[in-house]
Design a protein around this ligand. Structure first.
Ligand code: ADE
Length: 247
């Protein structure tokens, strides 16, 4: 990755759920303990070094009232802002799980890397320029060579704040001129927006836990497949970070 020429420039990894972050953290030796990122945000970070490059891992943390991971776009954006302000990374990778579309060839456990713009699919504001502003379409770093060398699928990340897929969101996600398979998550576009404000390249890396166009309820698929998908994510994220660190 040409933008990461300095050996000291850091990589920021943002992951929404602790259960998604811990298997990766366990793979890479030498991470510091989790520490508060920027109170009163519940966000936590830990840091390690890979081939002389600092790697900072950040999660939005556990919600004080609901005692669950702070998933979704609102914590994702403020956590990204706090983490980028603190670490000034050269690259931000948002890793996590996502819903796939069997109609576009997805299978449970597939890992996709972002290609092309990252959009919101649940912001319907048909008021002139507010409409494309809501959809966002924030850039992601061009990763085709990396995807080919690591045997990763390329996907069009699309973000909303619900796990299920309603008809209106499905219409928004439906490809118009894109042949890339859509990959449905709950954070990428929010983080890509903040990355863009800072001029930092953004990569999304997503492991499929559920097929949103399948008859089985999405939430049940998610719970059944989370552990397996997260293991695949951790293994792939290590390969991506290593490839980028030694590039
Ligand atoms: N993360 C895992 N599965 C998802 C889905 N179906 N929609 C959004 N985010 C997800």
């Amino acid at each position: 990755v040409s933008t990461l020429s300095s050996t000291t420039s850091s990589i920021l990894l943002q992951i929404a759920m602790r259960a998604e972050a811990d298997p990766f953290r366990a793979r890479l030796a030498g991470f510091s303990p989790w520490q508060p990122l920027s109170p009163p945000l519940p966000a936590l970070f830990c840091s390690a070094s890979l081939h002389s490059r600092p790697v900072h891992l950040v999660i939005p943390g556990s919600d004080q009232r609901f005692h669950v991971d702070s998933i979704g776009t609102q914590p994702a954006a403020v956590t990204a802002f706090a983490a980028i302000s603190r670490f000034r990374p050269s690259l931000i990778i948002n890793a996590g799980t996502a819903g796939g579309f069997s109609s576009a060839g997805a299978a449970i456990g597939d890992v996709y890397i972002s290609d092309g713009p990252v959009a919101f699919h649940d912001r319907r504001v048909p008021l002139g320029a507010f409409e494309p502003a809501g959809i966002g379409s924030y850039p992601s770093l061009e990763c085709r060579a990396l995807a080919a060398s690591l045997n990763l699928k390329l996907g069009r990340l699309t973000t909303g704040d619900s796990l299920d897929l309603c008809d209106a969101d499905a219409r928004q996600i439906a490809p118009t001129n894109s042949t890339l398979p859509p990959v449905k998550d709950m954070e990428a576009a929010a983080i890509a927006w903040v990355a863009g404000l800072f001029g930092i390249p953004f990569i999304g890396l997503k492991a499929i836990t559920d097929l949103v166009d399948h008859e089985h309820p999405t939430a049940a698929q998610f719970e059944r497949n989370l552990e397996m998908a997260v293991a695949r994510l951790a293994e792939t994220l290590e390969r991506v970070v290593t490839s980028i660190s030694i590039a």
